[in-house]
Design a protein around this ligand. Structure first.
Ligand code: MLT
Ligand code: MN
Ligand code: ZN
Length: 309
C-alpha cells in the first residue's frame, strides 16, 4: 500500500503569511484557524516503517511533531523513520526544512545537479555532514529507487521529469551556481510502489500544461498539482505583490490555460491541488472559486491528511 501524508499544502509563505494582512490571511489567522496551512511537503511510504519526504518545508520540525508516523520509534534514543528527502526544486519553501534535520541521523538527499549545486553553494547546508547525509544526484527521465539507511532497496520507484518552471526566485538576476540556463530546476515526480504497481504524480510547481505533460498524467490514479494561484494576476490585483503567477513559474487554477481546464479530460482518478498561495481565494471554504474547483472534481488538501493507494 502506498501511503501519502500531506505535511503541508501551502505555497511559499504559508497560510497565513507572517506579514500579510490580506482578507484571506486575516480569516485564517483570526476567524477560521482550520484554514491555516504550512508550506508544501509530503511524506510517502510503501511499508509504513520507512518514509521519504518530497521537499523539506521551513515548518518541517512542527510537521514531524504533528505526524505520529514520522516520530522516532518508541523507546529508541535516536531514530527516525525518514530515510530520505527528494527535492523537486531549490526554493526556500522546498529546502529550508533540511536545516531542521541536522542532528546526526543518516538519510539521503536526492536532487537534480542544479539543486545540489545550490545546496553546495550555500555553506549553511554543510551542517548536514556528508558523513551522515548523502547527497545523490537524480537525473531527468531516469527512474531511481531510493535506499534505506542500511543500503537496502526501498521498494519505491521514482521517475523525475522536467516540467515548465524556473529556478529559485532568490537567484533571479544572479548567476546560477550550476551555470547557464538548463533543465532540472523544476521537476515533477512519478512515484510508484514497486510491489503493487500503484503510483501517483507530484507536480507542485508547473508553469504550463504542455501536451507532453498532459499525456503523461493521463489516466493516473492520483495527481498532486501546482495550485499556487487562482488567477495569474491575483497578487497584483489584491495589492500584495507585483508578480504574476507566470512570472513566479506557476500556472493558474482557472482560465483556459489553467490546470482545471487543461487537465479536465485527462481521466485522472483523484486530483489534489498542492502549493497553494495565501492570495488564492479558493482557500476560503465558502468562495465561488472553491465551489468551482470542487465542481470540476478537484480537492484542496489540508495539512496532515493521508491519501492511500
Ligand atoms: C515559489 O514556488 O514560487 C515559492 O513558493 C516562492 C516563495 O518561496 O516565496
Ligand atoms: Mn514554492
Ligand atoms: Zn495573505
Amino acid at each position: 500500500m502506498l501511503r501519502v501524508i500531506v505535511l503541508g499544502a501551502a505555497a511559499g509563505g504559508g497560510v497565513p503569511q507572517w506579514n500579510c494582512g490580506c482578507p484571506i490571511c486575516d480569516t485564517a489567522r483570526t476567524k477560521q484557524p482550520d484554514m491555516q496551512s504550512s508550506q508544501a511537503s509530503i511524506a510517502l511510504s510503501v511499508n509504513g516503517d520507512h518514509w521519504f519526504l518530497v521537499n523539506a518545508a521551513p515548518e518541517l520540525r512542527q510537521q514531524l511533531i504533528d505526524t505520529p508516523s514520522l516520530h522516532p520509534k518508541y523507546g529508541q534514543l535516536r531514530h527516525t523513520p525518514i530515510a530520505g528527502v527528494i527535492l523537486t526544486n531549490g526554493e526556500v519553501d522546498a529546502v529550508a526544512g533540511l536545516l531542521s534535520m541536522r542532528e546526526g541521523s543518516p538519510f539521503t538527499i536526492y536532487a537534480h545537479q542544479r539543486v545540489l549545486a545550490i545546496l553546495k553553494a550555500n555553506s549553511i547546508f554543510n551542517v548536514l555532514s556528508e558523513k551522515n547525509v548523502r547527497r545523490e544526484a537524480i537525473a531527468v527521465d531516469h527512474s531511481f529507487e531510493p535506499t534505506l539507511p542500511d543500503g537496502k532497496p526501498s521498494g519505491v520507484s521514482i521517475l523525475p521529469f522536467v516540467v515548465p518552471g524556473k529556478s529559485a526566485w532568490y537567484l533571479e538576476g544572479q548567476t546560477h551556481p550550476a551555470g547557464e540556463d538548463a533543465d532540472g530546476d523544476t521537476l515533477g515526480l512519478r512515484i510508484e510502489d514497486k510491489a503493487t504497481g500503484q503510483y501517483f504524480y507530484f507536480v507542485a510547481a508547473c508553469a504550463r500544461v504542455t501536451p507532453e505533460l498532459k499525456a503523461r498524467l493521463r489516466g493516473a490514479p492520483l495527481v498532486l498539482f501546482d495550485g499556487t494561484v487562482w488567477r495569474d494576476e491575483e497578487l497584483i490585483a489584491a495589492g500584495l505583490g507585483h508578480k504574476t503567477g507566470q512570472q513566479m513559474g506557476h500556472l493558474s487554477m482557472s482560465g483556459s490555460d489553467g490546470a482545471i481546464a487543461m487537465l479536465a479530460d485527462a481521466d485522472i482518478g483523484r486530483k489534489y491541488f498542492l502549493h497553494i498561495n495565501n492570495s488564492n481565494p479558493a482557500l476560503l471554504h465558502d468562495s465561488p472559486e472553491r465551489a468551482a474547483l470542487q465542481e470540476a472534481g478537484w480537492h484542496m488538501p489540508h495539512d496532515g491528511m493521508e491519501i492511500t493507494l
